[in-house]
Design a protein around this ligand. Sequence first.
Ligand SMILES: [Zn+2]
Length: 623
Amino acid sequence: MVPEGPYQHERFRVSRQPYTGLLYDALDSGRWRRAAVVGCVQSGKTFAAFLVVLVWILFELCETVVCGVPQMGIAGDKWREEIKPVINATRYRRLLPVGGKGSRGGMSDAMEFRNGATLKFMSGSGKDHTRSAFTSRNLVCTEVDKYDTAGVTSREAPPITQMEDRTLADPERARIILECTASIPTGRIWTEYSEGTASRIVVECPACKAWTTPEREHLVGWQDAKSIVEAGRLARWVCPGPGCAVTWTERQRRSMNRDARLIHKGQTIDAEGQVRGEEPATDTLGFRWNAFNNMFWTAKTVGQAEWSAARREDEDAAEKEMLQFFWARPWEPPEIELNPLSAAQIRRRTSRFPRGQVPDDAIAITAGVDLGKWLAHYTVIAWLPNERAVGIDYGIIEINTDRLGLKKATTVALRELRDLVAAYPKQSGGTAGADQVWIDSGWHETRDVVYQFCREEANRGRFYPSKGFGQLQARDKTYRRPGKKTPEIRVIGDEYHFARQREAKVDLVHVNADHWKSQTHEAYRLNADAAGSLTLFAAPEREHRPYAKHMTAETQKEIDIPGKGPVIVWERKRRANHWFDATYLAVAAGHRAAEVLAKAGRSAARSGEWFAGRKTTKRSRRA
Ligand SMILES: [Zn+2]
């Protein structure tokens, strides 16, 4: 019987949390000597992967088991609050010790049951003499990432290895189960999981019949919510299947989970449910489930948690919690940055201009757009005299992929964006439109859509597809500055150029992403009244928080590239960096807008100085 939680006093059934059925089948199959189990919280993880397993070994197999805990000090609590209540809720409660320390509330580090099986606790920290004296073929360890990673106090092997050595008397028949929530990528559980079978739970979409593993990015809708209530209402699961993207109801999700399958690293599963590929050669089952598989949660629960986390003051802690506790993924602590720009710095950089209003003295307006499958992020910058610039607007346009399909939905979103940037109200009446709009077309799925949109708008000469090139991306993605203009190379700017795409009949802007990201951060770092600075429209600090998080989702690092020497590169530390991409495109487009205006003889020289000033700074820093 389940001793606590939503199904208290009812029989334990794998159908309530279907991942448990897959786990037990895999453990029962006897194909793996070891198992590393990682899952989300509040899904019955400890119950399913630790307590039930202990009871199974002790009473159904009638075998002795070594139980690893982080510190010996918590063994007593584990026994009284977790293990004993579970045994008490089974028909094996009559086998509890009647005499001695383990009988009435008390406990010892070796509890002997009346069927002859013993539960032996071992500690994962410090020196533990008990680790060397006891042998059993069964080892079940909980919270393994909290164990000492190496013999800090001695030159001994890490505690977990010492515990595993206790099974060596019978290595072929050893049964070792490690359980934990994910911590960091190099933590024990994630290492064991990924070096093991790294198995994943796949579910079949009732619409497209594809078998996929829904992850964090497949919970959508909550991003646009204005309140936590709305976040709960808008949050929904969408199918990751190619070209599908239907929304799943909670009922569908439940039944899909009940029919879920488990496949292993390197394997795929086709629409007929046929698994392809060899099982990896390893003795360790790596088993993982995430929020999608937790039937105690709905899209609403998780969407609200995401929405709140995105607004927490301590961003790193919030992100860490979401990854580890909800998505069963490790969190990577951010590295030390060169000239770190904090989210708080960006939030406070407000100007006196309200959102969406163009200052009267604006020389040019540019916009950058980052396109995803579900959302388009955009940033709009107004270029002012005295070498200043202000972000007058940024935002999100939803791409209605699940209703219209990706391509049509992207076109609709781009048209919405076009109408938005065509007429921003000016301070003292009238409107002004964007001079240059650079739209990221780097994603192959929507590249042609962006090309077509820009071609249709070509007579206005404002919309250009763009593609960012950066050092830390694949090797062939490094930006290469062309030597001279040709019929193909139409414009050579500062770390960007326009290259004619013959078939598509559009000019694609190649942008050195590393360079323009550095320029953008530097502009935010300068004093707000300094030449070459960038500020934001007036809003409470809180309102700029999500934008500021995106702007600091990447860090710049100096690395040595063989044959090139030290270069500044950008590394992503959080997934959500879309406004950063949109903003650096808008900044680079500002350079182009200034050149176009200068050629047209308008008083644009001053706008060009924004960039001139920035270059000087850069050169002096290099020197
Ligand atoms: Zn589907």
